[in-house]
Design a protein around this ligand. Sequence first.
Ligand SMILES: Nc1ncnc2c1ncn2[C@@H]1O[C@H](COP(=O)(O)OP(=O)(O)OP(=O)(O)O)[C@@H](O)[C@H]1O
Length: 335
Amino acid sequence: MDATAINGAGPARSAASITLEDIGKTYPDGTVAVGDFSLEVRAGELTVLIGPSGCGKSTILRMINRLIEPTHGRILIDGEDILQRNPVELRRHIGYVIQNVGLFPHQNIRTNIGTVPRLLGWPKAKINSRADELLELVGLDPARYAKRYPHELSGGQRQRVGVARALAADPLVLLMDEPFSAVDPIARGRLQEEFLRLQAAVRKTIVLVTHDIDEAVRLGDRIAVLAEGGRLLQYAPPAELLSRPDSTAVSDFVGSDRGIRRLAVTPLKPAMTPAGAGTTTGDRPTVGAGGTLYDALAAMLAVDAAEVVVVDGEQAVGVITRTSIFEVPEAEAKV
Ligand SMILES: Nc1ncnc2c1ncn2[C@@H]1O[C@H](COP(=O)(O)OP(=O)(O)OP(=O)(O)O)[C@@H](O)[C@H]1O
């Protein structure tokens, strides 16, 4: 997904805040899927809902686009009570990405991406150009992929098309339910990275459900940790959650290896010794200056090196050693 491709990519980007006020869902058999849940999702941020299986994550997500009707509570998008809106009409303005994408098998990729714009009555030429623009945005060449059918793509490519389709009508809000969990771990890492670049460009308000704490830390601006019945345990940016879990339930959930996970949200600078003029990388592994200590450690471990060179473009700007990584105080993490 090439973030630069967003330039000139249609309408101005916009995002909305989401306010969940004491929402709950009790099923007719008496199951309290979500008791009383409140959350403020800031405009343009990616908020992750995480928690054990069955704790109500998907139920909360699906209440936001009213695939599930709350038993009680209020849901406001940019201050407007969406429970007063027509749910079908509402869903045209809320992107939704699920695990196995749910592309229509008998429609080609361009037609799949154009689903919502068609429902909104956009002219055909505009739909096609928007679909092609989005294909480029998610890193798929339209000349090659627009006319293919879903079964002619890899799982990761289908997932990208799912994201493109969800963004097609420039929704204010994007809901994602385990969007990357059906692809293998290597493809998942790449998709997550590309998705972060895409989000940096489009800055949508995103609510993403996952059960993978690494994914939450990597993608989330804020993470909401839930317990059974949709009980909110903690809502905080990743680094704060890792360094200051406010209950044993959260620290147990975040896991005993949170020291390593914290590296994923700590910049390189505090561990870096600046390189003198004319320093070259030699045989040493490199890490881009915008990376994290996690990236630096991973680069070293991959080739069993004791140090890694920080590069800005072609230029070596510093050196990080294995020991310097673990000497960085917790407070340096981006909170
Ligand atoms: N139609 C239904 N009738 C009764 N209970 C239901 C129904 N649908 C879901 N539930 C229950 O609601 C609870 C929350 O389900 P939900 O799918 O939101 O959990 P989740 O956190 O997304 O789980 P997972 O991580 O396993 O996907 C579960 O206990 C589930 O069994």
